[in-house]
Design a protein around this ligand. Structure first.
Ligand SMILES: Nc1ncnc2c1ncn2[C@@H]1O[C@H](COP(=O)(O)OP(=O)(O)OP(=O)(O)O)[C@@H](O)[C@H]1O
Length: 233
């Protein structure tokens, strides 16, 4: 069995009198320690897939297995533990706490999870050892995203989920951020899933899941993903 497995996963939302099928019959599997991209246009269902994998949302049908455990069957408390201990999140707009320093933002991970890594060390790893005492407002977008990567990884999660991590950055800074995610995740043995609408980014993935209208239109595995440095957008 693969490390991550979606089997016939659906997610419906009831809005007023209508039913919105955000995700329909989605099945795929991802290997442990792999780097994966979910690619698709706005509204394709990418974030819904990511949120279900991260335990922030649950499917209305189907099974999601992570490391042998069917997380679609977990109750609210178990899902909280799963989210806290197994998952690191990186968002498009960083979601840093503005009145905490970079170091304090990363230390938040220590407050909530079981086996946190040293916050100062994680900041060093993302190249911000000398910016520990800066507030988010004193840092560029790329630097803030690096702080959020340090915070996500300080939880020492098995899985790193990134929703449009370069969406608010210029392409040069975006490449630096993606390279950092790829290199650190490889070193630390993390499984990564990046959601994006930006097709060139998919070239760096081991597996690309292409979504359209809530369904998978294509799954592509690559033996030799392209180095981030060679990708242009
Ligand atoms: N909580 C919700 N309630 C109602 N509809 C929702 C909800 N969440 C998502 N949807 C709908 O489900 C569909 C898929 O949304 P989703 O956010 O997963 O797409 P996406 O591919 O991530 O798009 P984007 O790139 O714009 O974020 C959309 O039509 C969206 O409006």
């Amino acid at each position: 069995m693969s490390f991550i497995q979606f089997e016939g996963v659906e997610r419906e939302y009831i809005v007023g009198d209508s039913v919105i099928k955000a995700v329909k019959e989605v099945s795929f599997s991802l290997e442990d320690k792999s780097f994966n991209v979910v690619l698709g246009q706005s509204g394709a269902g990418k974030t819904t897939v990511l949120n279900m994998l991260g335990g922030m949302d649950s499917p209305t049908k189907g099974a999601i297995t992570v490391n042998g455990e069917d997380i679609s069957k977990l109750g609210t408390r178990e899902l909280t533990t799963y989210r806290r201990d197994k998952i690191g999140f990186v968002f498009q707009f960083y979601n840093l706490v503005p009145n905490l320093t970079a170091l304090e933002n990363v230390q938040l991970a220590e407050e909530i999870c079981k086996n946190p890594l040293d916050a100062a060390e994680m900041l060093e790893r993302v190249g911000l050892g000398d910016r520990k005492n800066n507030f988010p407002g004193q840092m560029s977008g790329g630097e803030q995203q690096r702080v959020s990567i340090a915070r996500a990884l300080a939880k020492n999660p098995q899985i790193l989920l990134c929703d449009e991590p370069t969406g608010a950055l210029d392409s040069g800074t975006g490449r630096i951020v993606l390279k950092l995610i790829r290199d650190i995740a490889r070193d630390m043995g993390k499984t990564v899933v990046v959601v994006t609408h930006n097709a060139p980014i998919a070239e760096m993935a081991d597996t690309v899941i292409h979504m359209r209208d809530g369904q998978i239109s294509e799954i592509r595995h690559t033996e030799h993903p392209r180095p981030v440095e060679e990708i242009v957008w």
